[in-house]
Design a protein around this ligand. Sequence first.
Ligand code: GUN
Ligand code: ZN
Length: 438
Amino acid sequence: TSSTNTLIRAELVSFARNPGEGDKPSPGSLEHYGDGLLWLQGQHIHAVGHFSELAPSLPEGSEVLDYRGKLIMPGFIDTHVHYVQLDVMASYGRQLLDWLNDYTFPEECRFANHAHAEALSNAFLDEMLRAGTTTAQVFGSSHPGSMDAFFSACNKRQLRMLAGKVLMDRNAPEGLLDAASGIADTERLIEDWHNSQRLGYSVTPRFAPTSTKTQMDAAGALLRNDPTLWLQTHLAENSCELDWVAELFPGNQDYLSVYEKAGLVGPRSTFAHGIHLDNGMRTRLAERGANIAFCPSSNLFLGSGLFDRYAAQETGMAFSYASDIGAGTDLSGFDTLKSAYQVGQLSGQPLTAWQGFYGLTHGNAKTLALDSHIGQLAPSFEADFVVIDSNATPLLTRRIQRCSTLGERLFALMILADDRAIYETWAAGKCQHQRDQS
Ligand code: GUN
Ligand code: ZN
């Protein structure tokens, strides 16, 4: 079959591998074309290079879309976010457990209504694309219908998304508990949606306090039966949560061992937060190939604590960058990096722009085992990318004019940019968000 060619001339930035911790990206890690060409065929990238080098090989009579002055990067990835919490963002002043009881659980009860779930799925995807995020790992509510609505909204837009129905069978309002049906509903959702178009299913026990051991063991059995499934949950976010887990699961060595015993810790497992860990737990996570989703704006908002990035690196524990909406304060990947930088500053662990943007793209794809599909501008990768306008506001224009290197420009974007700098977002080879649409 012949697929249509789309040719885009712009500045291109992508990471072939981890740029390292240095002030300069390690040799061969950064791919940067000041005057580049991105050549799409259908939903995939066909070629990437210098405009002058690719120009002679372009198909006869092809039109080149001129995006000179704009910067294209792979679409941003968010490894931990709750679509059902869009409307509780910015709810005042509690730490985790009160925040869940006072705002979040009542809100999630609303997703028993299918029309509400459909409306919020679309509102959420609109916001993600406005922020330049093309892939996320997403929590629904415990209602299976919340996931039918979400997955079908994703497929209409041909988005690559991981998501799952929350499993929770205790310590929450009656309307959210799923003891009788949670596992069977999960199996049905896996059947209907796992590997449908670009979707993947993440088995989603909310966290140890809201699942019985029986439910977590059953979730572990699902993962053993199908190693292509993902797992997402929360781990060691808040000190009251730690005390509660110790009380609910006496006789366990630590919080992580509760998940280990249920068979939930593997190479496709993402544990959100992972703030209050010791090096023993970090090493065990590293040995299993699991990753922690670092959710800096959420951790600051709920006062949960400062994620220790250096300890992660020293123990070889993988981590990724995530918004954790609704406890996070912004869907924008720029904002997540800004918050990560601020957390790093408070810990003596400054984050370079190279690390930040590598993390948001290729790094996050790698921790989700999606790095053969997304996260780079390279041939055969899926055509998911953001077009960044560094002149989005008068202030950005002033500041960017003062930058003499790409590194300075990327850092200024990381601190100053927001969704206004997302000029367009493309996914599956199509422009799916345009900022200036009138
Ligand atoms: N731990 C268990 N559930 C949640 C949630 O919805 N948000 C956050 N931030 N932590 C949690
Ligand atoms: Zn979360």
